[in-house]
Structures are given as structure tokens and as C-alpha cells.
Design a protein around this ligand. Sequence first.
Ligand code: ADP
Ligand code: MG
Length: 568
Amino acid sequence: MAIRVLDPKVAGRIAAGEVVERPASVVKELVENSLDAGATRVSVEARGGGVGLIRVTDDGSGIGTDEVETAFGRFATSKLGTADDLYSITTLGFRGEALPSIAAVADVEAITCLGGRASGDFVRLHDGEVAEHRPAGRSTGTTVTVRGLFRAVPARLKFLRSAATENAHIARVVSRYALAFPEVGFTLDIDGRTVLNTPGTGRDTDAVAAVYGAEVASKLLPIRADDAPRWQDGGPEVAGMVGGPDLSRANRDSLSLFVNRRWISSRNLAWAVEEAYQGMLMTGRHPVAIIKIRIPPGEVDVNIHPTKAEVKFRNERAMFAAVQKAVRSTLVESAPLARIEDPVAPYTAPPSARQSWSTPRPAPSTFMLPLEATPTPGAVLPALRVLGQLDSTYIIAEGPDGLYLIDQHAAHERVVYERVLDQQARRQVEVQGLLEPVPLEVTPEQDEVLRDGYKQLEAFGFSIEPFGNRTYLVRSIPAVLGGKEWGAMMREALDAVIEGKRTDWTEDITVTLACHSAIRAGQTLTDNEMRELVRQLEQTGVPRSCPHGRPAVIHLSTRQLEREFRRA
Ligand code: ADP
Ligand code: MG
């Protein structure tokens, strides 16, 4: 095919694909514009998962009559003057791509009024072009309304998930900005319901309470970094709030990082935070933390990705060390009762970028088993004789062909998982009633999925109903939980649904339920308990792995042992 320069409309749509991935991206860009315009109040409205309508209203500077059409042109920005300015960015936007990108994939209207003017402008764009521009009345500020997102890009529309999930992503975006800008009052309305309302007092605790609930806010410690450099002296200055070890989560969603008020995604810095908790959190648990970093703008490059969520630091190691130190000293000073193995946390090299984030770090150990032990492949387990427990974590057992090591948590997870499925199939779910209804408070994003699906939880033994204001009343819980902390289980399951790793809600709930009900590593078991667990494991359909796919059993065959001991 001959080489041709693309039609500008096609080029615009291709570029839009990078900026506008899903409805939440539109919300992000519009909110950033409001914040850049100095707004003190930002209200966001979404309908139909954001595909029907997204509207962002602010009381910021507004746009002048002569400029309002220009603002929708590609690479039109008031935030950068020269190429050098790229290296000292202090605004959230700067690429001049958001408004034209949104207009390329949706119908857009804006009403705006520049400060000091008596009236403003209305513009309407269709197919990326200005279709209407006339005077309109409003007070200082801007309202942008986006309708029919991706209607002209069916391929993109197909990739969107349920309205509830898209809503949850929108809620997440607004929540992040609410945390980053506590002095701005945010409201978020989804399909006519107010799901978030922050007071805009400027205090971190108030913003955190609005997003995570009062209980979490009361458990967060303000970061102390008295001896840290100030950002004017080259920084990095680290502020924010961190949760004590009792506030852990099963995933990293509650760890938010901000650099010069921009939410960023950084495995490296997330790892620095986790490092600071060394010895305080159980394996597989992650902290709740809001980390706000300030550095001179020249120290960070925010222009490496169209969504501006990934950044590059001039001195990555210094950033890592500063974050780790600030979090660590806050935890050590504020929580002297926590079990702390090495109070002076040494600098640890971050994992290389290539290393998979989910790869667990090997536990420090002087003795390594030189055997090529393999997870048992077969679907069934032979009858096993329990020999003892290792490290309060593994059961050692003997079988017809060698030695079996069983991870007690993974094994029990598998047992509970199959029990839950079985009870559901037979419609005989064991339920434990609570003495009185207990309120469960969830975040705006969790609320979006729970509101949609709380009835599905009944099949598991939960009796739960909405109680208004992101609160639900729980009257009964599944008996398999055995009185364990079900609130954490519920939040984790909701997060899993939002992440959308699975297509089926039920599967997420079952897996999380099993994980939370199962005995933990580190728990000493009696001989009887071990025998009972092994017996139950033998009867499951897939005894060799837990529902997450982690091995539950490692088998060392007699042949392997003979080889290792050079007997054969
Ligand atoms: P960028 O934010 O990268 O400059 P955008 O396409 O998002 O690019 O916006 C283009 C320009 O439109 C901005 O630089 C700003 O001058 C103006 N603008 C957009 N939204 C607003 C708003 N809510 N209030 C005031 N000005 C705005
Ligand atoms: Mg912008």
C-alpha cells in the first residue's frame, strides 16, 4: 500500500486512544484541568458508567471567549511556553491533548466564563469540530459535559467492562485527587447518587476520612520527617499518612503515591514503602499509605507517557531512600509496640524493573534445600501419615513414595474453597447470625460494585443490605469464616471484583472467603488437627494447589531422596 499522511481526523482518533482509554480517563483529564485552573470546588457527575454522560464543573479561572475554540485544538495549552518549560512542569496538564482527544471520541459541550466577565461562552463540538459557539451566562468557572463516549469507536466500547466497574474506576480517580488536594472540595455523583463529598478543609485527615471512612482515618499516622531535606533545598520532601501494621490490606490498592501532587504509579516507590514495614506485616499483606512527595520540578520527568501517570526521577535511589526512611521512622516512633526486627532499616536495592512485581522475595535463610522438589503433579493425594510440623507453617508427612511437605494455609484454603462450592451446589450454606447488625463502611469505588451485587452475597451466607451513605448492615456471615474478621474479607473481595481479574463475581468471593477462613501460616497445630487437615485435603478435587494457584503440596520421591543422598 502506498504511504500517505493520515487524515487529521484519523490521526486524532489514534492519538485519543492513548489519552482516553476508558471513561475514568476522561474524568481524570477534566479534573486535572479544573485543578490547574485553581478551582476550590470540583464536582463530577457520571451516568451509565461514564458512557452516557460525564460532567465536570469547577469554579476555576474559566476560559476567555477568544480562546475557548483554541483550547480544543491539538497541542493547544496555556501551560507551556517554550520547550525548556517541559523541564519545570508545575501543572498537572501540559501536553495540550486532553480536550481534543476527548472531542475526537465523544460529543463535548463546554460552558465557561473567565473571571471578571459578566457572561461567558457555550461551545459544542461534534466529531472533533466546533459545531456551535455562542454567548452563555454562568459564574466564573468551567463546566465540560461529555456524552456518547466511544459511540463512534465501537471497538473501544467493546473493551469496557460493566457500568459498575467503570463507575468504580471513576470513583478511584476522583478519590485520588481528593487525597492529593485536601483543600479542594470534591463531589462525585454517580447516576444521581452522591458517592463522595470532601470538605476541602486542607487537612489530610478530613480528605482521608471522606474517602476511606472515619475508622481508617483515625488509624493513620501523619508522616514525620523532621530531619528530611526540604524540597526547596533539593528535596525530596516526604509527607502524607501511613497506616499502622493493624491496618493492612491484601493488595496494593490502598497505597497511593503522589509527586508534586500528581498521582503516580511507581513499583519502585511502592516497594520502598513496603520495605519500611519490614517485620511488621504478615507476608502477603500490604499497607494503607498516602505518600506525598515534593521535589523541585526539574528533578522529575513527567513527560514519558501520554497519561502522565509514570514519571522518571533524576535520582531514583535518593527517592527510594527518602520514602523508605520517612515511612520507617514514622512507624518506629509511633508504634513502639510493633515487632521490629531491625530498627535501622538498611538501604536495599530496589528490584530491577524487569523483575515481576509479584515475585516474592526469597526469605533470608542460611540453609537452602538443594533438592529439586516439585509440586506434586497428580490430581489425587495418596494416604499420608503426618510426621510433624515445620516452622508452624508446613506439615511434614510420609506417603507410599517419599516425603510430602504441605503448606497448611494453602491446603486449608483448598479445603474451604471446595466446601463453599459444595455447599452452594447443594444450596445448604451454613450461616452464622450476628448478635446485632454490624455496619460495614466501604470506599466509593467498593460501593459501586457492592451496590450492584450485594444480593449475590446471600448465596454465600452473608445477609447484607444497603444502609445509605456507603454503609451496609450485615446480619449474618458464612459459618466457614469461623468468626474471623469478615469486614476485611469483604473489602478484599470487592477490590478483586474491581480489578476484574475474573469475569465471575462468585469466583472472587469464593477465593477470598477461602483465604480468610483458612488457618494461617505461623499457627501451631496439634497432631490431631494436622491429621484432620491432611485427611480433608486428600478428599478435595485438586489437592496440589490452593485456589490462587499456589502449590499446596511439595513431594520428594524416594528416588529423589536416594539420588540426593547418593544411595542410588
Ligand atoms: P493541557 O491541560 O495539557 O494544557 P487540555 O487539552 O487539557 O491541555 O486543555 C487545553 C487548555 O484549555 C488548557 O491549557 C487550559 O488553558 C484550558 N482549559 C481546559 N480546561 C479548563 C478549565 N476547566 N478551566 C480553565 N481552563 C481550562
Ligand atoms: Mg489538561
